[in-house]
Design a protein around this ligand. Structure first.
Ligand SMILES: [Zn+2]
Length: 174
């Protein structure tokens, strides 16, 4: 177990949380609560090699091509987020092949899912609030929010693309 890694991560996350919370109306209690959740989850997330909370079935392209080329760093981040969130995350879209992406993606997210650095998570209400807060703390740079209409159709898109390829950081709504 490499304590140094945890310590560095912890400091980085704590700094991010401080930056974010400075700018928004969040209570001290909430801030403390989120910090505690993250602190507890880091050793758990780092002690695993793969991403035990996400399966090939959930992440593969849904067109029938069976391709699944998720990015390792992205998946590590996602697993990390899942541990911090401490509840199941339902993936409604993970990897997409170019053909399928061209067919179904919205103008705002053309090709993003073909990079293997993006997922759409089915989520709403307070869960969406919690997830959003944690996602910003662990380096997701692209956040798309669909939180209107039927509850079971609501979701949050997360990616960690770099500003070289896309305008990042960026937050948008559908
Ligand atoms: Zn496909």
């Amino acid at each position: 177990m490499n304590i140094d890694i945890y310590e560095t991560d912890l400091k980085k996350i704590q700094r991010k949380i401080n930056q974010i919370t400075k700018k928004c109306h969040i209570t001290k209690e909430d801030k403390q609560k989120y910090s505690n959740i993250l602190k507890q989850s880091i050793p758990k997330a780092r002690s695993r090699k793969k991403w035990p909370h996400f399966s090939y079935q959930n992440l593969k392209c849904q067109c029938g091509c069976e391709k699944m080329e998720m990015n390792r760093d992205f998946m590590e981040n996602l697993e990390y987020l899942r541990n911090a969130f401490n509840r199941p995350l339902v993936i409604i879209s993970g990897y997409r092949c170019l053909r399928y992406d061209t067919k179904i993606s919205k103008p705002k997210e053309k090709k993003i899912h073909t990079t293997g650095c993006a997922v759409d998570i089915k989520i709403s209400g307070k869960d969406a609030y919690d997830l959003l807060f944690l996602a910003m703390g662990v380096d997701f740079t692209g956040i798309g929010i669909k939180q209107k209409g039927a509850m079971d159709k609501r979701y949050i898109h997360l990616d960690n693309l770099s500003k070289e390829d896309y305008p990042r950081p960026q937050i948008w709504s559908y």
